[in-house]
Design a protein. Structure first.
Ligand code: GDP
Length: 210
């Protein structure tokens, strides 16, 4: 491994070794925390493994609630990482399958947040490695293109897919990234179960932190 990559991994480790504090859960634009340090938001279909990823990433067992009940409340949940980066857990979308439900889920609060947040550095858009990319995922990417918010695709649950299928999935995700104006070209493959990709993801986040 090169020195730069090693340094990036170390920066990620240090960032996540620090304090991670729940700030607030908001349901209206007025309740958003004041614009402060850089923010990175986590998005994805309900059940994509977002809560598990946040917990694995931060090493907190129950930072975000892993839920068997997708599609509950429309909340944005803010977590402060050592005063250097805010992690924002966005509500899951697409539970009703129809692409128009993304529009419904992401209207109002979500879209206002995504479009109007000057310190939002990136959205991590999670895709379940073991299921097909859904119309709702594509609709979410289109909305991020429209909002001109840089997003990066993150494959979840890599442990549950055989290597050839995973490689195909990664290729598909990279092709999707190329097709979307707001997408970051690099795709990150993760598993919350095995911690695959966690150090790499922490390094990416450290690069966006203050
Ligand atoms: P959320 O609705 O996006 O927050 O998803 P959860 O984190 O609640 O996870 C949804 C389901 O996927 C749960 O049954 C998890 O146990 C499972 N899951 C989450 N991450 C992984 C993973 O890395 N590997 C495997 N095999 N299952 C996972």
């Amino acid at each position: 491994m090169g020195g730069d990559a090693g340094a990036a991994l170390e920066a990620g480790r240090v960032l996540f070794a620090g304090e991670c504090r729940f700030v607030r859960a908001v349901q209206s634009i007025e309740a958003l925390p004041p614009v402060g340090v850089a923010e990175v938001a986590f998005a994805g279909r309900s059940n994509v493994g977002k809560s598990s990823l946040l917990n694995a990433l931060t090493g907190r067992r129950a930072l975000a609630r892993v839920s068997g009940m997708p599609g509950r409340t429309q909340q944005l949940v803010f977590f402060d990482l050592s005063g250097r980066l805010m992690l924002v857990d966005l509500p899951g979308y697409g539970y009703a399958q129809a692409p128009k439900s993304v529009q419904a889920d992401w209207q109002g609060l979500m879209f206002d947040y995504l479009r109007g947040r000057p310190n939002l550095r990136r959205v991590l858009l999670l895709l379940d490695a073991r299921v097909e990319v859904k119309a709702s995922d594509v609709a979410a990417m289109q909305m991020l293109d429209r909002a001109a918010v840089t997003f990066q695709l993150v494959l979840t649950k890599a442990d549950s897919v055989r290597p050839p299928a995973l490689a195909a999935k990664e290729q598909q995700a990279r092709a999707l990234a190329r097709a979307h104006s707001a997408a970051h070209p690099e795709v990150i493959t993760t598993s919350s179960a095995t911690a695959l990709g966690m150090a790499a993801l922490r390094a990416v986040l450290a690069d966006l932190a203050e």
